[in-house]
Ligand binder design. Structure first.
Ligand code: MG
Length: 406
């Protein structure tokens, strides 16, 4: 079998105003994603997502990198040689030109996932079986997420997740430490002691504030504290992780095994959160989970973009014994329901293992044609400096967000 063609699909779905949510990552305006489709001379094709959920980025860059740098390299190759292809792209265009984190690794992720999809379809097996799984009968998921709102609204949102069958929910914090904790307390009171609650600061606290908030998280028996502080501060994470009983989780903004390695070996994170559509694909997400396992750590994949990303992460999880729970986006997201013909529906907070070969998904081409990307912004704010009082920075950002909407 030989690779014949690579096509980049770009999708844009505006979020209606009433469904827009705000977190420490900004105000989401649209759901967007890029997918690479790899075709072969035997009629089998695979699809891999390179997705940033909604991002302040020009997705045409993905198509440009694929068309100019990667497609010529892959033409005529055996799609089964995933490891060799991964290495060639990584040590070629990624590390030398695009940089070892960010867009280049995300594009590599899409290629890797599409190749696994092809390998599964060619052998008639779901990807998790090719990776050595299954290690579980079904995949536990948590509802993502309860966004910035009043404590009463947060408790009501938590109740909706429970009514949907979830036994685990995540709360977004980082707006204002007092309000964050009031919301957490309201949620715990609403759901009782048996529901798992995760808390995600999207890098919005300083280490001092994270420890202060973290002591309260301990009282509410929070399962993990996600991205408490800026991702570049490995020692800061270590400081927070050592100060708290609550587990520290991070990884949605880390790329490749080398990005995760210092957090794992320095015990700066108890739980790693690789996302297959960013961190280097299914191959690399597997390696990262294994790296954590070598240090008796756990993995809980980040997924917040589209059905292909969820399924790529689900296959890795189903094949790795130390992966404990999968994020499942329950916000307004046509990329979870309209983009593919299959339905991804959790039952009692669990997803079934897919039986179909490959990723087990079929792209809906009518949906694709109806939602073209034309350079629109996906989220209204970029990064932020690390400061002690997150609320001051966020007041500025909220003003910017409103301007962006005007
Ligand atoms: Mg997160």
């Amino acid at each position: 079998m030989k690779i014949t063609r690579l096509t980049t699909h770009l999708v844009h779905c505006p979020i209606p105003e009433r469904h827009r949510v705000r977190s420490g990552a900004g105000l989401k305006l649209a759901r967007q994603a890029a997918f690479v489709e790899i075709e072969t001379d035997e009629g089998i094709s695979g699809i891999g997502p390179c997705s940033f959920g909604s991002a302040s980025v020009d997705l045409f860059i993905v198509r440009s990198v694929v068309d100019r740098a990667i497609a010529p390299m892959l033409a005529g190759r055996d799609p089964a040689a995933i490891e060799a292809t991964w290495n060639e792209i990584y040590y070629g265009v990624v590390t030398r030109v695009l940089g070892h984190r960010g867009m280049g690794v995300a594009v590599l992720s899409a290629i890797d996932i599409a190749l696994w999809d092809i390998k599964g379809k060619a052998t008639g097996r779901p990807v998790y079986e090719l990776l050595g799984g299954p290690t579980m009968d079904r995949v536990r998921c948590y509802g993502s997420s309860i966004y910035w709102s009043s404590p009463a609204q947060a408790a009501a949102s938590a109740r909706e997740f429970l009514d949907e069958g979830f036994g685990a929910v995540k709360l977004k914090v980082g707006v204002d430490a007092r309000q964050d904790l009031d919301s957490l307390a309201a949620i715990r009171e609403e759901v009782g002691p048996d529901v798992d609650i995760m808390v995600d600061a999207n890098q919005n606290y300083s280490a001092d504030l994270a420890i202060k908030v973290g002591r309260e998280l301990e009282r509410h028996d929070v399962l993990f504290f996600e991205e408490p502080i800026p991702i570049d501060d490995v020692d800061g994470h270590r400081h927070v992780a050592q100060a708290l009983d609550t587990r520290v989780a991070t990884g949605e903004n880390l790329y490749t095994r080398w990005g995760f390695l210092p957090f794992i070996e320095r015990r700066a994170a108890d739980i790693v959160q690789p996302d297959a559509s960013r961190c280097g694909g299914i191959s690399e997400a597997r390696r990262i989970a294994d790296l954590a396992a070598a240090f008796h750590g756990y993995s809980a994949p980040h997924t917040f973009s589209d059905a292909f990303t969820v399924m790529a992460n689900l296959h890795v999880m189903a094949a790795t014994a130390n992966t404990i729970i999968l994020e499942l986006d329950r916000t307004y997201n046509p990329l979870m329901i309209g983009l593919v013909t299959e339905e991804i529906r959790p039952v009692d907070g669990y997803l079934e293992l897919p039986a179909k070969p490959g990723l087990g998904l079929t792209l809906d081409r009518e949906f694709l044609a109806a939602h073209p990307y034309a350079g629109e912004l996906g989220i209204s704010a970029g990064g932020r400096p690390a400061v002690g009082m997150a609320s001051e920075v966020l007041a500025d950002r909220a003003a910017r967000d409103l301007q962006a909407l005007a």
